[in-house]
Design a protein around this ligand. Sequence first.
Ligand code: DGL
Length: 269
Amino acid sequence: MDTRPIGVFDSGLGGLTGLAALRRLLPGEDFVFFGDTARVPYGARDRDTLVRFARQDVAFLRTFAPKAILVSCGTVSANALDVLQEENDLPIYGVIDAAARAAAAGTRRGKVGVIATEASIRSGAFQGAIAAQSPTLEVTAQACPRFVPLVESGHFLPGDSLARQAALEYLEPVRRAGVDTLVLGCTHYPLLANLISEVMGPAVTLIDVGAVTAQAMAGELKGRGLLAERAQGSCRYFVSGPTQTFADLASTFLGEPVDRVEQVDIERY
Ligand code: DGL
């Protein structure tokens, strides 16, 4: 039994998709969430900057002495996971491997799409991990740069015309490629899942990278005897930007009140 918390971070709201999945699977755990909302979006940044931000995010979470960390961010997973794992003596999970396994297992015709931020697609990490599952898989990758700013400014509710316009534009090449499985390679994108599904059509399976990683991570922590084994845990929320904006959007997305959000000066870490 291990009652230390689990740390989870992202550039912003998207990280909540991984966090929510973990909390559903492991309700007895304590969680500490950090959203780097003062520096969101991460997706247009270069690798050196992403590594610097990721090191600071982990350094902040480590002040809570976590037993494990979920990088609930495709962009950091694609660009800095190796550095974080090398420099830290605790399990750090990225969202790429479990997603690649789920895509390979789920595709019917071997045609897989992946949509993610520019920095993730540029790194080739998702494409490489999916192709490594089987040489016969055909992967179509597409960056969707406007999705994250749209989600962070609240444009994720049904019927949003700006989000719809962006989705029609970005998803056209993936639709033309005839994919039957689409990896939502950025943790913000499940907030647009209904819209993405509507544009892609009901025959295309969407993979939520945070959710499939949470499944794998929960199984591993259990296997290592690292769970708290109690009925009810807690969750603390920290952001680097304005707390009220995050509290409002997080409450809308999670469907439960997120009323206590604390601010962190991330540049101190
Ligand atoms: N949610 C993150 C990801 O999964 C970061 C998006 C961003 O800040 O651009 O890639």
